[in-house]
Design a protein around this ligand. Structure first.
Ligand SMILES: Cc1ncc(COP(=O)(O)O)c(C=O)c1O
Length: 395
């Protein structure tokens, strides 16, 4: 079966689209102080995709819609079998039904771990620049402890083990959120890296929460190893989901995998009820979605190649980070020698392209670095870079 990723789907005016990314980019524009934006705005920010999910999933959800009753729902064995089967087949990672704990979304899952496994004022370590766990940590009265990654000038990020160990030595720091694959640097950590950080955490009694929500979206030539498979289950919780993989984030279906008996939640610690659409989507995705995902990854690889080539040719001073995992690239405009305001005005204001500025990922490089999610039809991605290149061509 041939899958279609080139179709441009209207996510702005279609009444069934409630797209956060396309309908409401104001949260980014406000942060950057942009008052006016072109009407024909292009959004390559928020990490969801502008492709329809797998037709196999849509077909099953239509049947569910026809059933017509969407009352309180419980998770059937079929769901657990689908989850276990997927990770066993795709990642050679084996766990059981009893190790799976549903949570409504990965953000929520991480925040729940912070709430359950740390105390007020304790520190939660994160490798930065990093995706926004800030709120999950600080809104609950915990401290957000940044350990900056090292980059080698080509923007390839590695772990600063000395700084990491120092953070773990502090007895007040009791949890580490590992983002693997790492957003926004695009790193897929190696077996050795995973083991080194796990060893340091275990030596200092720091609980690991490994957010693996991007783990199915891996670039060609790279391989992903789940942290629990690499390092064993002791003192480690993993968060997995169909959300990014199958563009199902709106259904908020995340599973925490907890095999360490000391960490198993009890009673109502994590009680929440998924929607029947969420349950069915997970079963369909994990039992029927494999061919679609493989086709998607191929399309994303080509998108990344084509866009990076375009940027090299048409924005020759910009530096680009090619991801090992995920579908976003990071573009550094520093060599153009403009100030932050000028860069922001050109990209977001004049070109009307919404990306995620470095400001979104801690204080990476302020507004000179921008993350672009290439999870849109190729024509849309290229149009965005054409517009940006137009703004920078005279510099
Ligand atoms: C690393 C990471 N974790 C979690 C999330 C949020 O996932 P969810 O939609 O399942 O809450 C994102 C979304 O971009 C992400 O990049």
């Amino acid at each position: 079966m041939k899958y279609e990723f080139d179709e441009v789907i209207d996510r702005i005016s279609d009444p069934y689209s409630f797209s956060f990314k396309w309908k409401d980019p104001s949260y980014i524009l406000d942060e950057l102080g942009i008052k006016e934006v072109r009407e024909d705005v292009i959004c390559l920010e928020t990490a969801d995709m502008d492709f329809k999910t797998a037709p196999e999933i849509i077909e099953d959800l239509k049947k569910l819609a026809d059933h017509g009753i969407f009352g309180y729902s419980s998770i059937p064995d079929e769901y657990y079998e689908a989850v276990c089967g997927w990770y066993a087949r795709r990642q050679d990672w084996h766990f059981n039904k009893e190790d799976i704990f549903y949570c409504p979304g990965t953000h929520n899952a991480v925040a729940t771990c912070v709430k359950l496994y740390t105390k007020q004022n304790e520190g939660v370590i994160v490798l930065t620049p990093c995706y926004g766990y800030h709120g999950d940590v600080e809104s609950q009265g915990r401290k957000y402890v940044e350990v900056r990654m090292i980059n080698d000038g080509n923007e390839y990020f590695t772990i600063d083990y000395e700084a990491f160990e120092k953070a773990c030595e502090d007895k007040n720091n009791t949890m580490f959120i590992m983002c693997h694959p790492h957003n926004p640097t695009g790193r897929v950590f190696t077996h050795e890296e995973l083991n080194k950080v796990a060893e340091i955490c275990r030596r200092h009694n720091v609980l690991i929460v490994s957010d693996e929500v991007h783990s199915d979206i891996i670039r060609k030539g790279q391989s992903f190893e789940p942290m629990m498979k690499a390092c064993g289950p002791s003192g480690l919780i993993a968060a997995t989901a169909v959300n990014k993989t199958f563009n199902l984030a709106g259904l908020a279906m995340t599973d925490l995998i907890i095999c360490d008996p000391k960490l198993k939640p009890t009673g109502n610690d994590m009680y929440s009820m998924p929607s029947p659409f969420g349950i069915q989507a997970v079963i369909s995705a994990y039992t029927k979605g494999e061919a679609w995902l493989d086709a998607l990854n191929e399309y994303l690889d080509e998108n990344i190649d084509v866009c990076i080539d375009y940027i090299h040719s048409n924005l020759p001073k910009a530096k680009v980070i090619r991801p090992e995992g995920g579908y976003s690239i990071n573009i550094d405009f520093t060599p153009y020698g403009l100030n932050d305001r000028e860069v922001i005005e050109k990209i977001y204001g004049k070109a009307g392209v919404i990306l995620n500025s470095g400001l979104f990922f801690d204080d990476w490089r302020k507004a000179q670095v921008h993350r672009a999610c290439l999870s849109s039809p190729r024509s849309v991605c290229l149009k965005a870079f054409e517009r940006i290149a137009e703004q920078f061509k005279a510099i």
